[in-house]
Design a protein around this ligand. Structure first.
Ligand SMILES: [Zn+2]
Ligand SMILES: [Zn+2]
Length: 119
């Protein structure tokens, strides 16, 4: 038993320079995740830590002091249909996924973040 929040790290990638970064999510209440921190991390290290294999379900939000992407400072994250997340500056329009190269419009709110390096 512990009062510590449930914390996980997800691996994301910057849309601008395609560099990886980790996003720290805290589960505030059951199924309600808030991004609280983001930090640059080499991809091989993130893989060693298993950050690329994290699955989260629920709703996703940001803490008000979430610092944004460590590379380009974009404050939001979006999830591609390939299952990976990347930073987003909130400006809309077409986005190109830095993981799989697919482009598309933002549709709806992700209810599940499923990060898996095998796809
Ligand atoms: Zn970025
Ligand atoms: Zn993708």
């Amino acid at each position: 038993m512990s009062d510590q929040p449930h914390v996980v790290i997800l691996l994301a990638r910057c849309r601008v320079n395609r560099q990886p970064f980790g996003v720290r999510y805290e589960e505030k209440t059951l199924g309600r995740w808030q991004a609280s921190w983001a930090f640059a991390i080499p991809e091989d290290r993130a893989k060693r830590e298993g950050y690329d294999r994290t699955v989260l379900e629920g709703s996703f939000d940001y803490e008000k002091d979430y610092p944004g992407c460590p590379h380009c400072f974009a404050r939001r994250l979006v999830k591609c249909s390939c299952g990976h997340i990347f930073c987003y500056d909130g400006k809309g329009g077409r986005l190109t996924c830095p993981w799989c190269g697919a482009s598309g419009e933002i549709t709806g709110v992700a209810s599940r973040i499923d990060v898996d390096s095998d796809r």
